[in-house]
Design a protein around this ligand. Structure first.
Ligand SMILES: Cc1ncc(COP(=O)(O)O)c(C=O)c1O
Length: 393
């Protein structure tokens, strides 16, 4: 048993639980022997206060239609006050079942067909899909790598923006690169959006996973005119490993934007939250701060272990700095092989499944994304498998 409240070392068999990370991927590759480090959820049990709250719901034995309660709002308000130092009025909070749905709804509500929407690339693909599948034009703003971290290219932004550009989608911390944008960068982006009258949709789902000594500047901390362009999307699901619950929320300060978005949510028929989601939010956002601290420390240790091991034994993989998320973004260009060849090596020689960079767009090529939110013991196995097969690349 570790010193943590949850035994993060425990290897929990998630197979045969309809698990997207382990079962769907096993089915995709027709294999049961792969170790999966892809889909972005954690292999850890959720904190006990959440499990207890779920047990209470189960104990009642009735799973009827459920409405948002006061605790939904006060718990979110507490969390935002504690972690972002910002007091949010209750009416700014808008329930939505998923962030991926929220992105699509905001694009639909606030922009017109063929309007342009900017997103940094590489990008989490459902955010790109929200643009493309709603018949808007995706405008890519590739991140550049300077002085040891990925940066937003503000010069390029000024060159691609025009009067048809209506929204910017920012991911902070950034999936897949693990970058946490500084206050300066956030302010600069806010200024850009105000100048060009562009809505700013900020996805902060990974905000609670910060590497040691890193702080996160939420867009909610930026006061002034940006609040008239802003949608900040967040969720409890990554933080406490409950994405199967399906719940998220948006903070929308401007009344007109909020009404438009809320009307569309209503039109689509998203009315009642999942009965378990309220239990998760109340328990998670009020009683699980210590668990979060522990899981972040555990992920930091995993990061260090993987980074040190790769540097020592597989130096042609280059692990990018991770400031946030529980995902490592690893460059393999020194190997001089194609993505197809590397994927084949991972699946057939190392027997490990990771996300290949091209699933995050063209700008993801040359990288892999590795989910390290799993037992250290399992990661040790992965590293050993990779090391034993390294000479075969
Ligand atoms: C950046 C980002 N946004 C959103 C999501 C998904 O959120 P939801 O399950 O609320 O749609 C993920 C999941 O991996 C993510 O990485």
């Amino acid at each position: 048993m570790s010193t943590f409240l949850t035994d993060f070392d425990e290897i929990i068999d998630r197979r045969n639980t309809n698990c997207a990370k382990w079962d769907t991927m096993a089915k995709k590759y027709g294999r049961n022997d792969l170790i999966h480090l892809g889909v972005a959820d954690m292999d850890f049990r959720s904190p006990k206060p959440i499990i207890d709250a779920f047990s209470q719901v189960i104990e009642n034995g009735i799973f009827g239609y459920t409405d948002l309660n006061d605790a939904f709002y006060t718990s979110i308000q507490r969390w935002i006050k504690k972690y972002n130092g910002v007091t949010i009025p209750e009416e700014w909070i808008v329930f939505c079942s998923r962030i991926n749905i929220a992105a699509g709804i905001c694009i639909n509500s606030l922009t017109e067909t063929n309007d342009k929407v900017i997103i940094n690339t590489p990008a989490y693909s459902p955010l790109c899909d929200a643009i493309i599948k709603n018949n808007r034009v995706i405008i890519e703003s590739p991140l550049t790598f300077k002085e040891d971290h990925f940066c937003i290219d503000f010069e390029q932004l000024e060159s691609i923006v025009d009067e048809n550009t209506k929204m910017f989608i920012l991911c902070n911390p950034h999936n897949p690169t693990g970058r946490v944008w500084t206050r300066d960068e956030i302010e600069q982006l806010a200024t850009f959006c105000i100048k060009h009258k562009i809505y700013l949709f900020v996805d902060e789902i990974h905000a609670n996973f910060l590497a040691k000594n890193l702080t996160h500047t939420s867009i909610l901390q930026i006061e002034g005119d940006i609040q008239d362009y802003l949608i900040c999307a967040n969720s409890i699901t990554k933080t406490f490993n409950v994405p199967g619950i399906i719940v998220s929320y948006m903070i929308i300060p401007n009344n007109e934007i909020r009404t438009k978005v809320a009307n569309d949510i209503d039109r689509i028929g998203i009315h009642n939250p999942n009965i378990f989601s309220l239990a998760a939010i109340e328990a998670g956002y009020n009683y699980c701060d210590d668990w979060l601290k522990d899981v972040c420390a555990y992920i930091d240790n995993n990061d260090k272990m993987v980074r040190d091991y790769i540097l020592k034994y597989m130096p042609k993989f280059e692990v990018m700095p991770r400031e946030g998320t529980y995902l490592l973004w690893i460059n393999y260009e020194k190997l001089n092989i194609s993505e197809k060849e590397l994927e084949k090596w991972f699946l057939e020689e190392a027997n490990v499944q990771v996300n290949m960079g091209s699933s995050f767009g063209e700008d993801g090529k040359g990288f892999i994304r590795v989910n390290i939110a799993t037992s250290r013991l399992l990661l040790e196995k992965v590293l050993k498998r990779m090391k034993d097969a390294y000479s075969l690349i």
